[in-house]
Design a binder for this molecule. Structure first.
Ligand code: UD1
Length: 434
């Protein structure tokens, strides 16, 4: 396992381009299982999770090739397996998303239950209840979901919680079901809209994505051969914006969709951050955000915040960890309350080892502001916790060793290069038991 050594404090400068969204890319890759055409995705990010998904789809029999100009071409006409095994699903929970499309197109699927993961139990009951409503016969045996259906039939499905993955799984399944499905209390994340746009381009009829009610008119096949570009990663963009703010630096983050980031940008503004948004009138995905540094020390200019994570359009759980180093540097205390996952504060003990003073009580973190961070060896526990440690390392005095960065490589494309391009002193030590 690699580790990163970051020497701080850093003064950032320069411009970086946000990569394509991981959380859009994964379900969109899965949705190629629905298609009888040839699908070209123009801009998949080079991430560990994307290569894991490629491996899973190839195991099922998908043909996937990369063109010389970096596009990825999918053909899923000749599947030979309908099983996602435990090894795959435990490595990456998004593997579970193949369940819906496999039953919808091939009438059968065997997919391992994900089990627990570092940030919480992450059940799949909402996925399974919805698929059962669509007529899938589901049996749980030996840690696996065995599902079959001659032909899925449309239904009205009310989600008990707006689960992102369940909404995606059910949109995919309902796209090839007989009749018109209504999903109520659906997740509203931008990645859901991206998936719906992708399915519609392939010939599907998904309406209302981005709202709580989504209507899917099933079609007998999806056979358009298409090219598609995935939206930019709002979580990666937020991480780099916070990097600029926390170091009081002048940087520009390009290739962002600011309307996907309202809750995050509002929170940062509330804390006193100063940034300039430039909208590109020619391209919906090409806004840019310039961080304007404060002339005086940020410790006295930023103020604390009370944040509650919530499903979109609320403040995303995926940026909660990254906001914490900023709260540590703010002049007044903050409270961050996590409502989506039950165990998503694993960065807290590591940040405390760097000198932070954060008290955990139930699902809230009470953060004393105006605290100096110092370098220490720290351990990444999950993807966004890793990003929080990198942000803390940028302002900590000395060499921070960030161990187990494979979590980071799952979701941040070219992280070392992007940090280096922004003038961060970072080096990767490969291998080792760290
Ligand atoms: C997706 C994102 C992840 C993000 C999360 C919440 C991807 C690949 N991952 O994960 O980055 O943090 O949304 O925005 O897009 N739940 C159940 N039963 C279910 C499904 C979910 O109880 O059947 C619970 C989970 O345990 C969790 C909460 O609902 O506590 C949210 O999960 P969900 O929205 O499904 O997240 P994911 O799709 O796994």
């Amino acid at each position: 396992m690699d580790k990163l050594i970051i020497t701080g404090p850093s003064q950032l400068k320069g411009t970086i381009k946000t990569s394509s969204s991981k959380n859009s890319s994964l379900p969109i890759m899965v949705a190629t299982l629905l298609s009888e055409g040839t699908i070209t995705i123009n801009n998949l990010p080079k991430l560990k999770d994307v290569s894991t998904m490629t491996k899973l789809l190839k195991n099922l029999g998908a043909e996937i090739e990369e063109s010389a100009d970096g596009k990825t071409i999918f053909n899923t006409s000749n599947l030979k397996s309908y099983e996602a095994n435990y090894e795959m699903v435990k490595t990456m929970r998004a593997s579970f998303f193949v369940l819906g499309p496999l039953i919808a197109r091939y009438g059968r699927a065997t997919v391992s239950l994900p089990g627990g993961c570092a940030i919480g139990a992450r059940a799949v009951d909402i996925h399974l209840d919805g698929l059962a409503k669509l007529g899938a016969e589901i049996e749980l045996k030996g840690g696996y979901v065995h599902a079959k259906a001659k032909k899925l039939k449309a239904a009205e499905i009310i989600l008990s919680f707006p689960s992102v993955g369940a909404t995606e799984n059910l949109i995919m399944a309902a796209s090839l079901a007989e009749g018109t499905t209504l999903i109520k209390n659906a997740a509203r994340e931008p990645e859901i809209i991206d998936l719906a746009n992708f399915i519609n381009k392939m010939g599907g009829h998904v309406e209302g994505a981005g709202n709580s009610d989504i209507i899917i008119e099933g079609v007998s096949s999806l056979n358009n051969s298409i090219q598609y570009s995935v939206i930019p990663d709002r979580i990666e963009a937020s991480t780099f914006i916070i990097a600029g703010i926390i170091t009081n630096s002048n940087i520009i983050v390009q290739n962002v969709v600011t309307k996907h980031m309202d809750a995050i940008l509002d929170a940062l503004k509330h804390m006193g951050a100063n940034f300039k948004i430039t909208h590109n009138s020619d391209s919906a995905i090409n806004d840019s955000i310039e961080i304007i540094p404060h002339p005086s020390s940020q410790a006295v200019t930023l103020k604390g915040i009370h944040i509650d994570t919530a499903p979109y359009p609320g403040f995303p759980t995926d940026v909660q960890a990254q906001l914490m180093p900023l709260a540590i540097k703010a002049g007044t205390p903050s409270v961050i309350t996590e409502h989506i996952f039950e165990n998503r504060f694993m960065h807290v003990p590591e940040l405390n080892r760097m000198g932070a003073n954060i008290l955990l009580k139930g699902n809230s973190a009470f953060i004393e502001g105006n605290t100096k961070l110092t370098a220490a060896p720290v351990m990444c526990t999950d993807l966004r916790a890793s990003a929080a440690l990198i942000l803390a390392a940028l302002v900590a005095e000395g060499e921070t060793e960030v161990c187990r960065v494979y979590h980071l490589d799952r979701g941040y494309e070219f992280i070392d290069k992007k940090l280096t391009d922004l003038n961060v002193s970072v080096r990767r030590i490969p291998g080792g038991p760290f």
